[in-house]
Design a protein around this ligand. Structure first.
Ligand SMILES: [Zn+2]
Length: 482
């Protein structure tokens, strides 16, 4: 069935300010329940909100980085609804005059790069958190989070696949980390996203539009991708069943159950008029002047795309390495520190993107959080490049020791007996033993199976504990087998 996928993304991002959006309570995770509260964030009658300038500046910096048009005049509005985590019965948000509109985020997938256009960016306050104690049959509310500043970023429905949705979130996360305005961690809930998805299905010269479905309960980028895959299939199945009548079905909000990998109906989708928005009477309309804009612009550092381009041009890195190094700002900074400490850039990039990234992954940390001093990695890279230790031995034996706190790579090479073996006599002797011990592989190789050489080569490398140069071993084997 010929169809187009349309996904628009709504992202809520908690800003990493010291205090809340409209009061002086600290923004902090993990504090005892209901200890970071005051009359304002509890919504006591008569309390008055005062906007947090720093939060607005952070949001302006983000808007600037995404090329949004910043409003000259902006205001806050009340979004009215009742929920136990919202005791005052409304949330302070922005409705018809958001802080910024337009702009876009560049996403890169295997299909290439494209820009996802943005509709708007506005500020609002977070709500409290319901804590359900199923064992006791009780629910309690923690208001520590109530009033935390949020930025909501709404995209146009330009995202055309689950893969693009993932790329969009990753690009947004990288941007936010570079700007240092939020932790943007989905597991911890400081980045929350709700994709809106529907299909345009071609049917006998007309286009049938399935109703827009908003998906909630997504706590990882991977689940966003999975939920969208499920939802696309579900909407296609619904079209097969109902035909063009599918277009008359109501828009709905569906939750995602990651255990079952499926979405389920929560409720019909709310429309703006359900919220009875009206201007927040306690906060005057305000303008963003040139000085404030300049202050926000000054906070925008070299962004991931620009840094990627510079790494490729300045250091001669491949697009792949440049991209992998710049996804996290701290990793890109680390790479520059390692090259500044004297490591040749290309091999340094390779060590960071492959070996260090693997160790970081295993430890669930970032490369920078491994805390390997840049000078030490630079020394290791140089030892390998100068041929004093083989790359294999350095990766397998030397790097783990350095990560455990070993401090002098050159001394460790001596101490661990890792110095590369350049003794051709010893390599040839081991190669002869390998040939004698691997009759089948030898016969296969001589019979024309080039890949069989790897088994024999592996034998030599194991015998020599990875200390020989693999290229020399291979050349020696080819010569002896010729
Ligand atoms: Zn407060």
């Amino acid at each position: 069935m010929k169809h187009k996928v349309l996904v628009g993304m709504e992202v809520h991002l908690q800003l990493r300010t010291r205090s809340k959006m409209f009061c002086g309570c600290p923004v902090k995770f993990g504090a005892p329940v209901n200890t970071l509260v005051c009359p304002v964030c509890l919504g006591m009658p008569g309390s008055l909100p005062v906007p947090n300038r720093e939060a607005i500046t952070m949001a302006l910096a983000l808007a600037t980085a995404m090329g949004c048009e910043i409003a000259g005049l902006t205001k806050f509005d009340r979004k009215n609804y009742f929920y136990p985590d919202l005791p005052k019965g409304y949330q302070i948000s922005q409705y018809d005059r958001p802080l910024a509109t337009g702009g876009g985020i560049e996403v890169v997938t295997e299909a290439g790069a494209k820009v996802v256009r943005l509709r708007r960016l506005h500020i609002e306050e977070d709500v409290g958190k319901n804590l359900h104690d199923d064992a006791k049959g009780l629910s309690r509310v923690d208001f520590n989070r109530a009033g935390t500043p949020l930025v909501e970023i709404v995209s146009e429905p330009d995202i055309a696949s689950p893969e693009e949705a993932r790329a969009y979130l990753n690009a947004l996360r990288a941007l936010v980390q570079y700007l240092d305005v939020s932790d943007a961690n989905m597991q911890e809930g400081n980045l929350r996203c709700e994709p809106n998805v529907n299909l345009h299905i071609e049917s006998g010269g007309t286009i049938v539009k399935t109703p827009i479905i908003e998906v909630k309960n997504l706590n990882s980028v991977r689940n966003v991708e999975r939920a969208l895959k499920f939802e696309i299939d579900r909407q296609l199945a619904e079209y097969r069943e109902l035909g063009a009548a599918v277009a008359a079905r109501p828009r709905a909000t569906r939750g995602y159950d990651d255990q079952r990998d499926q979405t389920f109906v929560m409720r019909e989708k709310e429309e703006a008029h359900d919220y009875r928005y009206f201007p927040e009477p306690d906060i005057p309309t305000f303008s963003i002047d040139d000085q404030w804009r300049a202050e926000a612009s000054a906070r925008v550092p070299e962004l991931p795309a620009a840094r990627r381009g510079r790494f490729a041009a300045e250091f001669g890195l491949s697009d792949y390495d440049a991209d992998a190094l710049t996804r996290e700002r701290s990793t890109a900074d680390y790479f520059e520190q390692v090259t500044a400490a004297g490591a040749p850039p290309k091999p340094a990039a390779n060590w960071i993107v492959s070996d260090l990234a693997r160790h970081a992954n295993e430890a669930k940390k970032t490369v920078a959080e491994l805390r390997l001093p840049p000078a030490r990695l630079a020394a290791l890279v140089r030892l390998v490049e100068e041929g004093k230790v083989s790359r294999q031995a350095a990766a397998k034996d030397l790097l783990p020791r350095l990560l455990e706190g070993g401090d002098d790579p050159a001394a460790l090479v001596q101490k661990l007996g890792l110095a590369r073996i350049d003794d051709l006599g010893q390599i040839e002797e081991t190669a002869r033993r390998a040939i004698a011990a691997n009759a089948k592989a030898v016969a296969d190789y001589r019979g024309g199976k080039q890949a069989a050489l790897n088994a024999i080569k592996g034998f030599v490398m194991r015998e020599m504990k990875g200390k020989a140069d693999p290229a020399v071993v291979e050349a020696t084997l080819r010569r002896l087998l010729a």
